[in-house]
Design a protein around this ligand. Sequence first.
Ligand code: SF4
Length: 285
Amino acid sequence: MIDLKRNSKKEPVKATGLRVRETSSYKPNQTYDFKISRGRFSNFLTCKRCFYLDRVMGLDPPGTPGWTLNETTDLLLKKEFDHCREHQIPHRLFAPNGLSHVVPFDHPEMDNWRNSLHHGLMVRHKDTPIILTGGVDDIWQDTITKKLIVVDYKSQAKNSAVDPDEYLEDAYHDAYKTQMDFYAYLLLKMGFDVHRTAYFLVCNADRHKENFNQVMTFEESLVPYDWNAGWIEAEVDAMVALMNQHQIPEPNESCKNCAYSDQYAKAVHGGGNGESKPVQRRLFF
Ligand code: SF4
């Protein structure tokens, strides 16, 4: 997509492709703290090269517009669940899903844990300067076992109804499972007892209505997921090792951005019309 760099007055300014703040980049073997969010960890899993260019070399990749409609469902759900949290009562979705014994977890840090930009769940990785963070959507609590239940809200608009048995089979939803595994890992490391089943609260917009008429309706589904945090630590070790090296790792061969940059470099720098000499990936390194 085309992403223009703009100043605080929203005026287009020259894009450099580099981050301005030096502290937003990690220096190999640095000794002062450096935060890695759940999203950056997912980037590491998807493409080690892009992760390295972003976190270590300070490249400023093109962004995407905010998902404001999705954020709005999150915001409104948060209000509903906060009401139940305040009164320690089950949410209206709990009884129909066999969760009458569950309430939203009440903890003084909840707002910080949900603040993915500035806080989130936080854990230092071993004796490294790396602080792992993750802004969780919500945490519920089993009132019988006192275990915490990790929750993520998802909004979508698909023609077919959500089938909880198939929802996580979708290859596009693999990252959702990683997300839950990571949050469960952080909570465990923070010393909490975490219920083995997490939940996605999926809100699916109804595309079959006759008209809009200022209202969009959603079908809500709770999709259970038995998380597995056992693989996270080894991957974080590998991520930290990568951050401490000086060599740029290989790209992800399936990435359309890098394929585009190859073609861009050939077209712009190599003469075009199929007569180009190979100039590889100018856009990305
Ligand atoms: S393959 Fe290239 S553009 Fe794609 S994520 Fe990796 S470095 Fe970035």
